[in-house]
Design a binder for this molecule. Structure first.
Ligand code: FAD
Length: 501
């Protein structure tokens, strides 16, 4: 929060610009939000404030070799814009797709880059949010007012990844790199690289550099579940052969993928052992019977407790089979001048150590919020369906799904925002505040997610900062696309959970 302290010393512009809706973030959620406002609330004056110098969010920030999606682009892509290439896409392809959406819908003129929002103050007297942002290019402070905040700022800090502290890190003579801040000029040619971690990032990075560096070792404390297969969807290929319109293909393939995913998730709960055997069989098919799959690729947790990364064409396993990459399952005792000393007594020699160890959770873009002069602690609020919060007026947050593609929810939330804005316009309401109803008085208040069900590291580290959930569906982010796709359009906007003013 140093930024907030220093804001007072920065030159401020005297003018304050006003917009009906202000979107924070020009990632896949923010650009989607702009599309929904344009098409479902025509005439709405809106602006997107983005701290970086271009759109794309996650896909702009991450530059490490091999960066790609781990879910298919038919469902990670928007509902309204067909995806016409292979399902697992590179960051470049995703940026190009988003660029087309911006161009086709004339969104560019609404985006202000280099605008980092630092504070947001709600006034119930004026029914307005006042935001202060710093221009990251000129250091100038700029102010905006808005009736409605559409928070599309994602869930992690973009300027810094999460690296745990290990003993003697400072003694290492080589280079330590986090994938989120990958140096543009980093040359791995001929180097011995150790990648710490075995999540989706490590699984993409390792095969991407395997042929280039002298050797790459994926060092994991414990294994991760992976799914593998061809980077293609047979049904899409068939439909293309039949010259079906891409709009139809997009919709049909989305339904097929969602149907198959739902069946898969159900199986992970009902017959986890059989799912485990299927996943392991695919890994063994690449690595052979002699490889120690039990140690390196058999996690102790149930599949889907953490996101399962898809490995297109088994490229990670091919690198291992060909001897260009290897996996070590061990614990770090300390760093040394030449690499990493492991608890087992082994030493990993390295020129470059990559810490693919995850994110810093950022609740609401690290913006300092106040409501009528009182500092807002998000952990004191209860969420309305994972998108609004008790006591916080005129604000919606887009938080996607863990198990299904993020954008499925971004589209559903977009529809809800537009329906709510249109409802408020029709009824003349200037304020909507989610509020627990009399029947919610004795509801159990719980942490944001059920950690038995899903427990990724960045959420566990930041759980105390996140809003709370109740034990009723409307006071939870259910992580259930199949139910929400039917429930969201039916949300009764005159329910007592919405207090209008
Ligand atoms: C490497 C990687 C791969 C992933 N792959 C998948 C995948 O395949 N499928 C999937 O479903 N999910 C995936 N995810 C999760 C992914 O982050 C989301 O799916 C999605 O991209 C999030 O989009 P978003 O627009 O909500 O947020 P982000 O992409 O995080 O974008 C938020 C934007 O808001 C801006 N911002 C934040 N705070 C402020 C502020 N205070 N002021 C101004 N601007 C601000 C940021 O600069 C950023 O541009 C992946 C994540 C990572 C890191």
């Amino acid at each position: 929060m140093n930024d907030v302290a220093t804001i007072l010393e920065r030159p401020a512009t005297s003018s304050v610009e006003h917009f009906d809706v202000l979107i924070v973030g020009a990632g896949i959620s923010g650009i989607g939000g702009a599309y929904h406002l344009t098409t479902q609330c025509p005439g709405t004056q809106y602006v997107i404030l983005e701290s970086q110098d271009s759109f794309g969010g996650t896909w702009w920030t991450h530059r490490y070799p091999g960066i790609r999606s781990d879910s298919d682009l038919h469902t990670f892509g928007y509902r309204f814009k067909p995806w016409t290439s292979a399902p697992i896409a590179t960051a470049e392809e995703i940026l190009s797709y988003m660029g087309d959406v911006i161009k086709e819908n004339d969104i560019a003129r609404h985006i202000r880059y280099h605008h980092k929002v630092l504070t947001a103050e709600w006034s119930s007297t004026d029914n307005l949010w006042t935001l202060e942002a710093i221009r990251t290019d000129t250091n100038q402070t700029v102010r905006f007012t808005t009736n409605f905040l559409y928070m599309c700022q994602g869930y992690y800090r973009h300027d810094q990844g999460y690296t745990p502290e290990w003993p003697d890190m400072d003694k290492f003579k080589g280079q330590i790199v986090h994938p989120q801040t990958w140096p543009e000029d980093l040359d791995v040619t001929g180097k011995r690289v150790v990648v710490i971690g075995s999540g989706a990032t490590a699984a993409t990075l390792v095969p991407a550099i395997a042929g280039k560096c002298a050797h790459v070792t994926m060092l994991q404390r414990s294994p991760t579940w992976f799914n593998t297969g061809r980077n293609a969807i047979e049904l899409a290929e068939e439909l293309r052969k039949l010259q079906i319109d891409e709009i139809w293909i997009h919709e049909i393939v989305r339904r097929k993928i969602l149907h198959d995913q739902a069946a898969f998730v159900k199986r992970t709960f009902e017959e986890p052992d059989s799912v485990k055997q299927d996943l392991l069989k695919a890994v063994r098919a690449y690595l052979g019977e002699d490889y120690d799959v039990d140690t390196h690729f058999t996690p102790s947790y149930r599949p889907w407790r953490q996101r399962i990364a898809f490995i297109p064409n088994g490229d990670l396993f091919q690198g291992i089979r060909d001897g260009k990459a290897s996996v070590v399952t061990d614990q770090i005792e300390r760093f040394t001048e030449t690499g990493i000393q492991l608890r087992s007594g082994d030493h990993l020699d390295a020129d470059i150590i990559v810490t693919a160890t995850g994110f810093h959770l950022s609740v609401m873009g690290d913006i300092a919020f106040t409501v009528d002069g009182k500092a807002l602690a998000w952990s004191d609020t209860v969420t309305y369906r994972g998108m609004m919060f008790t006591g916080v007026p005129n604000l919606v947050w887009v938080f996607g799904y863990f198990r299904a593609s993020w954008t499925l929810r971004a589209d559903l939330v977009g529809d809800f925002v537009c329906r709510l804005l249109n409802h408020m316009k029709q009824t003349g309401a200037r304020r909507v505040v989610p509020t627990l109803r009399p029947e919610d008085k004795d509801m159990a208040i719980l942490s944001w997610i059920d950690t038995e069900n899903f427990n990724p590291g960045y959420v566990m580290r930041g759980l105390h900062l996140l809003p709370k959930r109740g034990d009723k569906r409307e006071w939870q982010h259910t992580q259930d696309y199949w139910a929400e796709k039917d429930e969201f359009p039916k949300i009764d906007l005159s329910d007592a959970a919405f207090q209008y003013g």
